[in-house]
Design a protein around this ligand. Structure first.
Ligand SMILES: [Zn+2]
Ligand SMILES: [Zn+2]
Length: 414
């Protein structure tokens, strides 16, 4: 399946870019807004945001000027209607959920919309950018943290094609999504692995799901590889190990510069084998601060770290925008551009986790000191002075502890 128009050749793109630069130099006052420099994180973010809105609002005006001022250059191109090409991927901070917006050459694709509570946020995000037309909406799978906020998108924007791995599912979030689709007279298209469609001049290939009947909804996630010029992006939804293996086995090209990390950085996604196939330079985790699942998992972070990937995280950095000129990529973050994103559990553990840990400790019989090889009752005053690093809470018999090579404390006589 091939939807959309042919990609502009790089030669054509260069000619157009030259023409656009001439127009700009001749007196476009907002030219500075297109410059990409080494701003501080906050400023850079604003500049990129402004760039996005400029593209959506002033594009037609600019192209009209191009036609007049750069007539000779335009004659050499096959079609005079083609405009300056651009590409942006926005990873929208929707907390413990997923939402990404891909913009290319005046066309928009929304991949997931966060939780139902994010509907207003998604509505505003699109409205701020005057994106009242979405070429594609992709609901990667029918779970609330992905489908929930799509109602907000459909409340503001008209959509052409809506992809989802299922046409019906339980739950209020999916019901609301269906209602808003019906209001626009839209039906769900279930894509097949191998399908290819165009978003502007970017080519989008569906890589998964391959096993449509997986009992784990995460493994029914629509997985998309987006190629713009020489740059590439992989959007994985919540795909876990099983779906990753299916996709590798199917033999698709997975190699991508940017990886939207599967399942909010959960340990059962982003396996070493998958990372070896994708070989990303950059990765983005869409995740909520202090979430009860411990996402992103320590194991996932260390796999990404071992692979030498530069990681961005919505919990630490807010909205993250990646722009591509077809050859190189530029990232900007809403805040904390230099955050240590490989840090595990920067946030306080949840109340639930603390209660669980305390219950486990209370039921222990002894505290062992790894350093001195002495063991104590929990109530021993020495335990309070012990370095946390050296403490081991042990549940079992006195003989077992002695067997492990520990001696009883002379104060509490365990
Ligand atoms: Zn899921
Ligand atoms: Zn999810």
């Amino acid at each position: 399946m091939l939807i959309g128009r042919k990609r502009m050749s790089w030669k054509e793109g260069c000619i157009l870019l030259t023409a656009a630069m001439m127009v700009c130099l001749a007196g476009c006052k907002s030219c500075g807004d297109f410059a990409v420099g080494d701003y501080s994180a906050g400023q850079e973010f604003e500049a990129v945001t402004e760039k996005a809105s400029l593209f959506s609002k002033d594009k037609n005006e600019t192209s009209a000027e191009q036609k007049v001022s750069a007539e000779n250059e335009m004659k050499r191109t096959e079609s005079s209607s083609e405009q300056e090409s651009y590409f942006e991927a926005h990873f929208i901070d929707v907390g413990q959920a997923d939402a990404a917006l891909v913009l290319c050459d005046g066309e928009a694709m929304l991949i997931d919309g966060g939780n139902a509570a994010d509907s207003d946020l998604i509505y505003s995000y699109l409205r701020y950018r005057s994106l009242n037309h979405l070429r594609y909406i992709v609901c990667t799978h029918a779970e609330e943290d992905h489908v929930g906020g799509l109602a907000g998108a459909l409340n503001y924007a008209a959509a052409d094609t809506v992809f989802c791995p299922v046409t019906s599912a339980n739950g209020r979030a999916f019901g609301s999504f269906r209602n808003y689709l019906e209001k626009q007279g839209l039906s769900i298209t279930v894509p097949s692995a191998g399908d290819v469609f165009m978003l502007g001049s970017a080519e989008v290939q569906v890589l998964g799901p391959i096993n449509m009947d997986s009992s784990e909804p995460n493994n029914t996630s629509i997985v998309l590889r987006v190629v713009y010029g020489e740059t590439s992006f992989l959007f994985t939804g919540d795909a876990e190990k099983e779906e990753e293996e299916d996709i590798i086995a199917a033999g698709y090209t997975l190699d991508s510069d940017v990886l939207k990390v599967g399942h909010h950085g959960g340990a059962s996604s982003t396996t070493e084998l998958f990372l070896q196939s994708v070989r990303p330079l950059y990765a983005v985790v869409s995740v909520g601060a202090g979430n009860p699942y411990g996402h992103p998992a320590r194991e996932t972070l260390s796999r990404l770290s071992d692979a030498g990937v530069k990681l961005y995280r919505t919990d630490m950095q807010g909205d993250i925008i990646c722009t591509s000129d077809g050859k190189s990529l530029q990232f900007s973050a809403e805040r904390n551009a230099d955050a240590d994103t490989m840090e595990f559990a920067a946030e306080e553990p949840s109340q639930e986790e603390i209660a669980k840990t305390n219950a486990a400790l209370d039921s222990a019989d002894y505290v062992l000191n790894k350093n001195t090889k002495v063991f104590h009752y929990l109530s021993c005053s020495s335990v309070k002075q012990m370095n946390d690093k050296n403490k081991v809470y042990y549940t079992g018999t006195r003989d077992e502890v002695i067997e492990l090579g520990y001696n009883p404390c002379g104060k509490c006589h365990p």
